[in-house]
Unconditional design. Structure first.
Length: 576
């Protein structure tokens, strides 16, 4: 039988200990001269909890008996049990109790030896501790497992009785059972003619000490532990520095109507393992791709990405075109319901991908494993029916502020916060203007709708000399295949009038570096009826032209020197 811990004797040492670990676990590890105490690295956001190898004075002879002993006597997650004398219990505390509260089997307990009180007084006393634990519900301890009373007896010494609640199934056959009484745990059963550590229902006038309990907040370490358990039943859980990933048992295809369908599916599936439903479809980092490839070869995982070129009307065109090097994004929600977009890095794609087909049937992506030993994404049909991976996100993320000097614009259709900055005193060629923007972590910018176009024009203003010197670089270039057309003139258009043609007025230019979705919303903004006129087969870049009475766009030579208008997505930060 386990010795008394006399934890009150080391309370003063740890009750004001670090809040980034569980102090009672550290206290128990110290008391039992535990080997290899390893505090978590990262506090509440750590992927793993505190760990310790407890050496307990009990001899066990099989792994099974050692595991049973450890699970009964060490009130934390048991990672490994080694039989022998002593029995070694390797344990992990994933949850974190407030300092001064003792963690036992996933709950936090506190007992202050002030005075004995009635049951009603104990209820009120515990409720008043709510502010001490950040508003969590505090109540009289509930017996949620059979071994809990014995661990309470170990921790809270020199106490004769404490108020406690339990289910009816446990209290149906009490030996000491006063009608209309209140339940207590008699650590010293002499008064009630009971053995020690027994439950009794006593007269309402009886007094005992208040043992208060609250459930600690879920964190990443606890969530990851539960997900690993889940992975032992279904598909193996993948863990990286970004979190844990669970492969779904069901197959899905992309929902073109609801861009958050996959995130919502993951939220429902992972609700038992994460707080507040903070989940999303897995984001394809290099670590994730590597771990998925290790988990299995030769299977396909559908990713919840969508091409920024994907537009419903594009599917209905009579003539279609191919698009190479498209920019894909993934959408998810922050805790406050804000949509957040995240661009897929080019490093996630296989060589020569993504290759979007002209029928718009490859605006999604799939992860193909085991091919040439090089896992990566490939362009995939929206109708691809395959499982997905869900990512555990315990933290809340949202958009941060734009960098200094940049003006924010919220792209409602994309759930994206974009930042623009105009540099009125800088005159450069298109390529050099792009390099100037890159020095600020940005690119020559674009726009998604007419409201954003107006913002760019307002940022530019009209106080920069004569109108033909007021052109400003935007981040779009003429499509390569459209450069084969002969040059136009002041009276001849430089585009194909068929709206479905790849070189039509709306398609002839493309946004670069994912600064806005393609095809661009530019048809109504051209400077004249024949624009873009592709003058002398030379005007391959796009500029914003602002006059007092007009704000338009114009195709211009990339070697001209104009001012840059830069843009970047606002930083994504953890919500405090």
């Amino acid at each position: 039988m386990m010795m008394k811990l006399f934890i009150s004797s080391i309370l003063l040492v740890y009750c004001n200990a670090q809040v980034d670990r569980d102090w009672s676990f550290q206290a128990m590890c110290t008391f039992w001269d535990g080997k290899g105490y390893r505090p978590r690295d990262g506090g509440f956001d750590a992927l793993d909890g505190d760990k310790c190898d407890f050496q307990l004075p009990m001899e066990t002879d099989t792994p099974e008996s050692a595991l049973r002993y450890c699970e009964d006597n060490v009130p934390y997650h048991i990672l490994k049990a080694k039989p022998g004398s002593p029995t070694v219990c390797s344990a992990e505390a994933t949850l974190i109790c407030k300092s001064g509260w003792v963690q036992l089997f996933g709950r936090c307990y506190k007992l202050e030896k002030k005075h004995m009180m009635t049951h009603g007084e104990a209820v009120d006393y515990c409720a008043k501790l709510k502010s001490e634990v950040n508003g969590a519900d505090v109540h009289i301890a509930f017996m949620h497992r059979e071994t809990l009373p014995f661990r309470i007896n170990d921790y809270f010494t020199r106490v004769s009785s404490v108020w406690m609640d339990a289910s009816e199934s446990i209290t149906n056959d009490l030996i000491y059972n006063k009608e209309n009484g209140n339940l207590l745990l008699a650590l010293d059963g002499y008064k009630y003619n009971l053995p020690n550590i027994a439950l009794a229902r006593v007269d309402p006038s009886e007094k005992a000490m208040a043992l208060c309990e609250y459930t600690p907040s879920m964190n990443r370490a606890e969530s990851n532990y539960l997900l690993k358990k889940y992975g032992k039943i279904y598909y193996p859980t993948i863990s990286t520095s970004e979190g844990s990933f669970v492969r779904t048992a069901s197959s899905l295809h992309r929902n073109r109507i609801d861009s958050l369908a996959e995130a919502n599916y993951c939220t429902k599936m992972m609700a038992p393992f994460i707080p507040n439903g903070l989940a999303r479809s897995a984001f394809p980092t290099e670590d994730f791709l590597h771990e998925v490839n290790k988990a299995g070869k030769g299977f396909i995982i559908r990713m919840a990405t969508v091409s920024m070129n994907a537009q419903e009307q594009e599917r209905k065109k009579a003539t279609c075109y191919s698009n190479k090097g498209a920019i894909h994004q993934m959408l998810y929600k922050s805790a406050d319901g804000t949509k957040i977009s995240q661009k897929i890095p080019t490093s996630a794609w296989r060589e020569n991908e993504p290759r979007e087909t002209c029928d718009a049937g490859s605006w999604s992506s799939a992860l193909v494993t085991g091919r040439d030993g090089n896992p990566g994404l490939e362009a995939s049909s929206d109708a691809r029916f395959a499982p997905i991976y869900c990512q555990n996100i315990v933290q809340s993320y949202t958009y941060g502020d734009c960098p200094d000097g940049f003006t924010p614009y919220f792209r409602k259709s994309l759930g994206q916060k974009w930042c623009h900055r105009f540099f009125p005193g800088v005159f450069k060629t298109f390529d050099d203007a792009e390099k100037h923007c890159q020095s600020y972590g940005a690119h020559l910018t674009g726009y998604t709708d007419q409201e954003e176009f107006k913002l760019l024009a307002d940022l530019h203003g009209t106080n920069y000399g004569v109108w033909y010197k007021n052109e400003t670089w935007l981040g779009a270039r003429r499509r390569e295949q459209c450069n084969k057309m002969s040059g136009g003139s002041l009276s001849k258009e430089g585009f194909v009038k068929d709206a479905a043609d790849p070189c039509s007025r709306v398609r002839v230019y493309e946004w670069m570096e994912g600064v806005a979705p393609n095809p661009p919303d530019i048809e109504t903004n051209w400077n004249g009826d024949v624009e873009p006129n592709f003058m002398y087969a030379d005007e391959k870049c796009l500029g914003l032209m602002v006059r007092a009475d007009r704000k338009t766009i114009n195709d211009i030579s990339c070697d001209s020197k104009y001012k840059p208008m830069c843009g970047l997505e606002a930083p994504i930060v953890m919500k405090s």
